[in-house]
Design a protein around this ligand. Structure first.
Ligand SMILES: [Zn+2]
Ligand SMILES: [Zn+2]
Length: 385
């Protein structure tokens, strides 16, 4: 690694990551985490605005040289409601868990920020750092933009990353297209006519209609969507009925839609809405489709991605940069990526015997954080020059 930052960087970042790992908090309740970030910023003389979307923090670092570029960097700060089952000495005791690596994101961003702040005289333009709450449930990004629209107005570049323990240490993925998919939560209500379960001819059975609707929904994926485009419809919850011999009035289905592009996303939502509203009619019932929340796909800008490949290869050696297939998870980083050309990178942090993200035995190789900090530092120095 071509190091431009001090050698004790690793110890500094590991300490922060472990401190944060002990106090994971879930969406919009990241109060202790937020205080930790504020204290770090204060002790390094970095100004900030806090309480954005409850627990979010915004930092604006103005370089001492003049320049037009404004680079936004984002770290998500929330944990998950998972009881940790690792053997780590710094494991969480509070019933929540940093099972996605966001503790590492905050740690890297704080250390990167510390050194960029010390190097302000060589920076032209502005660096804006976003510590975002509520990524896991999706909603933190939008809430921050709504509360402080001015902060988000002038970005020329947006960069974010995720530690990814499915990728080897020392590799960073910069796709020049989709990285993560969109995610939309929907509810479908199927209305029938209740009655005695022994006399179905007098009722309109919404369970029967819903069962058929669930099967037909997969025909959107297999028969209507272009098979070359990634898209998923999954029903995760069915609610209906009170007893074995009673036909209920209504069935509620909830589920999620995932898509690799804006077009596929719109297509799947429209098709499922159509099916939900029209299909029950042919059985004498009624259907209602509601999309409750959602975020678009994470799609990188090609030029900015190419620039990122070369920066990474320059500091860490050829073949550091890789491309990966789009992953069918989502990140509301997509909201910030709407604002300017953006890159979202996956930082390889594979660790032996650790499980996938969101598993109670999740962990990552802490050495990946040094790669992340070195990369951010070089990226910021290049773009803000
Ligand atoms: Zn996650
Ligand atoms: Zn995550």
């Amino acid at each position: 690694m071509k190091k431009s930052l001090p050698n004790n960087l690793h110890d500094e970042v590991v300490k922060i990551r472990r401190d944060l790992h002990k106090i994971p908090e879930t969406a919009f309740k990241e109060f202790e985490t937020s205080n930790y970030i504020k204290n770090f910023l204060k002790s390094n003389d970095i100004e900030f605005e806090s309480d954005i979307a409850k627990t979010g923090i915004l930092v604006e670092l103005i370089g001492e040289k003049t320049g037009k570029n404004v680079l936004a960097l984002r770290a998500d700060i929330d944990g998950l409601p998972i009881q940790e089952e690792t053997d780590l000495e710094f494991k969480s005791q509070n019933g929540n868990m940093h099972a996605c690596g966001h503790d590492g994101h905050v740690a890297m961003m704080l250390i990167a920020l510390k050194y960029l702040n010390l190097n302000k005289e060589n920076i032209a333009g502005k660096l804006k750092v976003i510590f975002q709450p509520a990524e896991e449930e999706v909603g933190g990004a939008k809430a921050m933009i709504e509360q402080k629209p001015d902060f988000f107005k002038d970005f020329t570049h947006v960069f974010g990353f995720h530690i990814w323990n499915q990728i080897d240490l020392g590799k960073i993925a910069f796709n020049d297209n989709t990285v993560f998919v969109s995610a939309d939560t929907f509810e479908i209500e199927v209305f029938g006519k209740g009655g005695h379960g022994a006399m179905p001819h007098l009722n309109t059975d919404p369970i029967f209609i819903a069962a058929n609707l669930i099967i037909s929904a997969q025909s959107i994926i297999s028969r209507k969507k272009n098979p070359g485009k990634l898209g998923v419809i999954t029903f995760g919850k069915i609610e209906a009925g009170t007893a074995a011999n009673i036909t209920p009035e209504v069935v509620r289905l909830t589920g999620t839609i995932r898509a690799e592009s804006k077009e596929t996303r719109e297509f799947l939502i429209d098709e499922l809405k159509n099916l939900s509203e029209n299909f029950p009619k042919s059985f004498g019932g009624k259907g209602k489709f509601t999309k409750s929340s959602g975020t678009g796909p994470v799609i990188n800008n090609k030029d900015f991605a190419n620039q990122s490949y070369s920066i990474a290869d320059e500091i860490f050696g050829n073949n550091t940069s890789i491309k990966v297939d789009p992953v069918s998870v989502a990140d509301d980083m997509a909201e910030f990526m709407e604002l300017a050309p953006s890159v979202y990178a996956l930082l390889g942090g594979k660790k032996k015997n650790s499980e996938m993200h969101h598993n109670s035995k999740f962990d990552f190789d802490e050495r990946c954080m040094s790669y992340g900090i070195e990369f951010i530092n070089s990226l910021a120095t290049k773009i803000l020059n």
